[in-house]
Structure formats: C-alpha cells, structure tokens
Write a protein that binds this ligand. Structure first.
Ligand code: S3P
Length: 182
C-alpha cells in the first residue's frame, strides 16, 4: 500500500491521530517533524534558528521525498508541508492525502498549550495566536483542499475520544483505501 499522508493545520491532531491509528492497526507511523529532527540531530526550533524558515522547508522537502517512497506507512506531515513547492502534488502522486479538519476554537485551545515548540507561534499571546490562525488558515486552505479526503478531527482530547476517532479513520479511510486510488 502507498503511504497515507495526514495533512492539516498545526494542532489539528495529525500526530495524535496517526499514533492512535498505528496502535490499533500496527501500521508504521512516521511523524515528519521527528524524522527531520533525528536525521539532522536538531530540534525543529533549532533548525529554524540556524537556517531560517527557508532552510527548514528545504530539509522538510528532502525528508518528504524520502518517506514518499516507503510502503505501508502513515505519515503525519507538518502543518506547512503541503503549502510549499509542489509538496502537495508529490504527496498526491505518491500516496493518499487526508486533510484533518478541526475548528478554529479547537486549534487555538490546543496551540495555546503547544506554542513553545512551534517556532512560527512561539511567544504569541492568546489574541495574537487567534488572529495568526485565522489569517494563515485562509492562505493554507487552498493547499489543504487539494487532499483526496477530508476528515473531521475535533474529537481527540482524551483517550476514549482518540480511540473513537481512530476507529472512524480506519473505517472511513484505511478500509476504503482502494476506492480512493487513482
Ligand atoms: C509548521 C508546523 C509544525 C512544524 C513547523 C512548521 C507549520 O508541525 O513542521 O513548526 O508551518 O505549520 P505541526 O503541524 O506538527 O505542529
């Protein structure tokens, strides 16, 4: 089976859902940010400070090309991965793309907790974060919309919710994978 790519805004639950689906199915899970970190031996925040966002995007693209050639993997991309170069085209050619959609309030709530490890939003207060989410989501939507499937990912905040959403993902996406193949 070709890779399944989870795409969507920061905080939409790509890594959380990917891990939960992997735990239930045994499918190999790759978190693209962690893959980049272990390859370069640097945290994402360190890569941003050492090479800037462009340097990060270049490394992100290289690692995406690499994982796109793997079989039977579930890949959680970074929020910006599909929005640069032809990454979305590459993912659509090599596998199945799934856009995880969560409401702005849910993204805001999750990102208030996870701001410190995300260089684009580190140090923002609640109001700044909210307007940043609204503005950048508008710019990114045209890329996310190129995914083959949309999947609602609001419900992921406790163990029971994670399991329910992961089971829905398996039913709606994985078990119907051959239906989406071009
Ligand atoms: C980014 C999202 C992050 C990470 C980097 C840039 C983005 O991944 O790749 O900080 O541009 O939205 P998550 O979506 O996993 O937070």
């Amino acid at each position: 089976m070709q890779p399944i790519f989870l795409i969507g805004y920061m905080g939409c639950g790509k890594s959380t859902l990917g891990r939960a689906v992997s735990a239930l199915t045994g499918m190999r899970f790759i978190d693209l940010d962690s893959y980049i970190e272990s390859r370069y031996g640097m945290a994402i925040t360190e890569i941003f400070s050492a090479y800037g966002e462009d340097g990060f995007r270049q490394r992100e693209h290289e690692m995406l090309v690499e994982v796109s050639s793997f079989s039977d993997v579930l890949v959680a991309c970074g929020g910006g991965t599909p929005c640069f170069g032809d990454n979305i085209g590459l993912m659509n050619r090599c596998g199945l793309t799934v856009f995880l959609e969560a409401g702005v309030a849910r993204l805001h709530q999750r990102l208030m907790q996870g701001r410190h490890k995300r260089p684009l939003i580190v140090g923002m207060d609640s109001a700044q974060l909210l307007s940043f989410i609204c503005e950048s989501l508008k710019k990114r939507e045209p890329f996310y919309s190129q995914a083959s499937i949309r999947f609602k990912s609001d419900l992921l905040d406790c163990e029971a919710d994670k399991e329910t959403t992961a089971r829905r993902f398996i039913n709606e996406v994985i078990e119907n994978c051959n239906l989406y193949r071009k």
